[in-house]
Design a protein around this ligand. Structure first.
Ligand code: BGC
Length: 901
């Protein structure tokens, strides 16, 4: 045999054996990729298995943890017989603060294979607790300009005298900060320290700065601006909510090669100035950046800070300071100019083609002192003019003062919601290459995609995703442009499940839920917005239920029991509040938003507004939250509680039947939302459900296949129709193109989800002025149905340890496909129908299985990869079920085909 042939054989067999391997990939620490600043003494490790073999299940795992310096193994789990591979809690000794660790895992599967050690995933521990803060708060002794409120710069020079082993910077602030060491920006996070209920929970960030420091003189520079801390928030004149004065708390922990340690901290030795380039900065109104105030090399050494002021060293109270456990906001997609427009009014306007949240960046050279003003808007009006009335009092205006050199400008401590910008003060014609739009949002990992044969539905999916990105800016906001941008609880709970399909939302929501619990009122009522900047008020049905619905959603999607433990007291307090408010088992007191923005025709002379009785809605959400308490208590093994809440639920449902349902099953409000909620939350006895579903169908038909639901009914509308066998009606609603419907905004060129079904009328006039956002994710909650029902990608057990793959095809589509990054790996469910033959493409990740329902399949006619399925022993429990075939499948990639019957 020639040498070449032999080498060929060897390399092929190497490939085969490498390809036939069981592998461990995608290691996550506390559900994050190589995080920094973890103070959790029991971090949770997740990994995924890949294997070319079908039906792969993990039988055992072993984890080992290594410290970086000195490099040694500090803990191994030993071989643990267990299928667990998601959020597995560390059980070893305590970690040292400000240190780097890494972990690896190896696994054994049911085919007798072992993976060998995975590559290592690093993380860095945080400061370790309040006792380790040596720094104190510093503020600048600067005369407060309460009108313009310029940003402030803080600075400190310090020597590093010996060889460094490692250095970590811990930072937080009152206001937003941007930090530099030796001229280098720390991290990619924007709007740090993020937004939390500051007085109770203020996050710090940790940065590994080992490579930025040098032996000799070093300098730290930190820029501060108002941010959420003291900007106007809410539509009232509501500023200084958390405090009046900007402040900085920073500690750089140095570890030297010789084993000694040192901390550089904020104290009276720092200097500050308000003579930096950020001349004013507000979230709603925008920023003024004057390049003539730039201080060259201000965060480096050497720099002359003799004109800077001394700082005041203040409080050392760090009790509210917590580690950051979610992804920071950072910059992502960039959009080029799509169109240059001169409007009928003669304004210079740029269209970026996408409604997004972030800022416009411009590269220009002008004369020193030239001032460019950029105003942001979501839409043009009927006449094609720039439209800002829907922003209410938010100016959304950035002003750049040029210094005569070519420079790139963007603001630093503000963001805008926009698709269009109006440019003033720019000499000559606008040059497209000078302008870009940059999208900023929380850096959650992408999770899913949905596509199908209908391009308008694909645009709807795009709009849902962009509605999410624009409103996941550290907290889930209602909208990102007008004078709100607040963490409205009702919107968040309505959209939560859909959010998890598009982005990994576990850490994002877990963080916000901590603030929800922190701001919950002593009565148990949950404020309307979290963080609560609106003061008193709360307890509205469907809004406060974020307290129960979101933790349960996270548990369902990520299999995380910790979130249920974390939120249990808060969930309980909310359910007890409702019980407390009720009389004779009816909750009909208090103020409620109701089925917010349900469809109400302009000229409602025939009374066709879809008004749903608010007390009836309250009773259904109360029942649902009580049900979620029963579920949660049983997951957590709190038997007494689950029995108690089961007793409550019985009473709540009985009272509902007595008060709101006639003996023949008619509800006192005949709206879509009434039937949807009663059915979705199982308020009716089995016997009354099918005909209640028919009443819902009748209602939809009466409106000529239009929906009339608001924020509370919409998320469940199609789910309920499908559950009771009315897919056809659900599809007709989804594909409806005249308003109210999901696709109407698409026909109008929308690139995000609108707040109102008819925000802009067919003649391009606006429905209303004041409350008319074009980027409001709530109605995007239909995404959940598109993934779970149209594409059929659903879970049958918490965390997708078992899938339910059950596509619901309809003749209106030729194909639909969803892909989802589950905690175990990629799941794919795609179907295509061609000439009466159905093809199903599936991927089920290793260490999971799936319950598969093949619509319109006769078991005898079924083929997988061209081979008949019947009798093949790799498919378990094949059952004919009505018109469908049901079976259980293990992990792997499958291609099923069958003639539709
Ligand atoms: C917000 C909402 C919110 C609502 C309360 C509005 O101003 O934009 O989306 O849920 O108020 O009903």
């Amino acid at each position: 045999m020639s040498r070449y042939i032999l080498m060929g054989i060897i390399s092929i067999s190497l490939c085969v054996s490498a390809g036939a391997q069981l592998k461990v990939v995608n290691l996550l620490t506390d559900n994050l990729v190589e995080p920094s600043g973890i103070d959790n003494p029991r971090p949770r490790f997740s990994w995924q298995l890949t294997s070319p073999k079908r039906n792969t299940v993990q039988q055992a795992y072993e984890i080992r943890v290594r410290s970086n310096s000195p490099s040694r193994i500090t803990w191994t789990s030993g071989k643990v017989k267990s299928p667990n591979s998601v959020l597995v809690e560390y059980q070893g000794p305590d970690f040292s603060p400000a240190s780097i660790y890494s972990w690896q895992v190896r696994v054994w599967d049911n085919h007798g294979q072992s993976s060998g050690w995975s590559s290592a995933a690093r993380w860095q521990t945080g400061i370790g607790g309040p006792e380790n803060w040596k720094a104190g708060w510093i503020t600048a002794e600067l005369k407060e300009d309460t009108v313009r409120r310029p940003g402030q710069l803080f600075r400190k020079q310090f020597p590093v005298s010996r060889k460094l082993r490692s250095a970590v910077a811990f930072i937080t602030s009152h206001g937003m900060y941007e930090a530099f060491i030796n001229g280098q920006r720390l991290g990619k996070g924007i709007f740090t320290p993020g937004w939390t209920s500051y007085n109770k929970r203020l996050q710090y960030q940790a940065y590994d700065v080992t490579d930025i420091l040098k032996q000799g003189q070093n300098a730290i520079g930190v820029a501060l601006a108002s941010g959420w801390y003291r900007t106007v928030l809410g539509w009232q004149d509501n500023d200084n909510i958390y405090g009046k004065t900007l402040g900085l708390l920073m500690q750089v922990h140095l570890q030297y090669e010789d084993g000694t340690e040192e901390d550089v901290v904020t104290d009276g030795s720092w200097k500050a100035t308000d003579q930096g380039p950020v001349r004013s900065s507000e979230l709603y109104n925008g920023e003024t950046y004057d390049a003539n105030f730039e201080q060259k090399n201000w965060s480096s050494d050497p720099f002359d800070d003799s004109k800077w002021k001394n700082v005041t060293a203040g409080s050392k109270d760090v009790r509210n300071i917590v580690a950051t456990s979610s992804e920071n906001v950072s910059s992502h997609d960039t959009f080029a100019v799509k169109k240059l427009i001169t409007t009928p009014k003669g304004e210079k306007v740029i269209d970026f083609g996408q409604n997004l949240v972030g800022w416009a960046e411009i590269t220009v050279k002008g004369k020193k002192g030239d001032t460019i003003k950029i105003t942001h808007a979501e839409v043009l009006d009927k006449d094609g003019n720039f439209y800002t009335a829907n922003l209410r009092t938010a100016k959304q205006e950035n002003i750049f003062v040029l210094n005569g050199e070519e420079q790139t400008y963007h603001p630093h401590f503000t963001f805008q919601g926009f698709r269009y910008i109006r440019v003033e003060g720019y000499n000559g014609d606008l040059q497209p290459k000078s302008f870009r739009a940059v999208a900023l949002y929380s850096s959650m990992r992408p999770a899913g995609s949905f596509s199908c044969s209908d391009s308008m539905l694909n645009q709807l999916q795009h709009n849902i995703q962009w509605g999410q990105l624009g409103n996941f800016v550290d907290v889930p906001t209602d909208c990102p442009q007008r004078d709100e941008r607040l963490g409205w609880t009702g919107d968040a709970q309505a959209f939560a499940r859909t959010a998890t399909f598009n982005r990994n939302s576990l850490n994002f929501f877990s963080k916000w839920l901590k603030d929800l619990a922190a701001d919950q009122l002593p009565s148990g009522a949950v404020p309307h917005v979290i963080p609560n900047v609106l003061g008193a008020g709360g307890g509205s049905t469907g809004w406060s239920d974020a307290a129960t619905i979101i933790p349960w959603t996270l548990y369902t999607v990520y299999g995380d029991t910790q979130i249920l433990r974390q939120q249990y007291a808060s969930m309980k307090a909310w359910v007890h509040y409702m019980e407390e408010q009720s009389r004779n088992d009816l909750w009909n007191t208090g103020w409620h938003f109701g089925d917010w923005l349900f469809y109400k025709p302009n000229d409602d002379l025939d009374g066709s507004s879809a008004v749903t009785d608010k007390s009836m809605i309250a009773q259904t959400f109360w029942a649902n939250s009580t049900q979620l308490m029963i579920n949660t208590a049983s997951v957590l093994g709190l038997k007494e509680d689950s029995v108690r809440y089961a007793g409550w639920l019985k009473r709540i449902k009985a009272a509902f039947m007595k008060e709101y349902v006639t003996p023949s099953g008619r509800l006192i409000s005949g709206t879509q939302t009434a039937y949807v909620l009663a059915l979705n939350f199982d308020m009716l006895p089995d016997s009354l459900r099918p005909q209640a579903a028919l009443r819902l169908v009748e209602n939809v038909k009466r409106y000529d296949y239009h929906l009339t639901t608001g924020f509370l009914g919409t998320p469940y509308l199609c789910q309920v129709l499908s559950r009771f066998g009315h897919d056809d009606v659900a599809y007709k609603l989804l594909l409806q193109k005249t308003y109210p419907s999901w696709l109407y905004p698409v026909t109008m060129g929308a690139t995000t989800i609108w707040e109102r079904w008819d925000g802009q009328k067919p003649d391009s006039s606006f429905q209303t002025v004041g409350m008319n956002s074009f980027n409001h994710y709530a109605y995007g909650a239909i995404g959940d149905w598109m993934y779970r029902v149209v594409a059929g990608l659903d879970n049958a057990a918490p965390g997708y340890s078992k899938m339910l793959i059950h596509p619901h095809p309809d003749t209106s589509l030729n194909f639909a496909k969803a892909r989802f990054e589950s905690p175990y790996g990629t799941v794919v469910s795609g179907w295509e129908r061609k000439a009466g033959v159905m093809t199903l493409n599936l991927t089920i990740p290793a260490n999971t299985s799936a319950e598969l329902v093949l619509p319109g399949a006769a078991p005898v006619a079924l083929k997988e990869n061209g081979k008949p399925v019947q009798g093949d022993n790799q498919f378990a429990n094949i059952k004919e079920e009505g018109n469908n075939t049901r079976m259980t499948i293990g992990s792997g990639t499958y291609l099923f085909t069958y003639p539709l019957r």
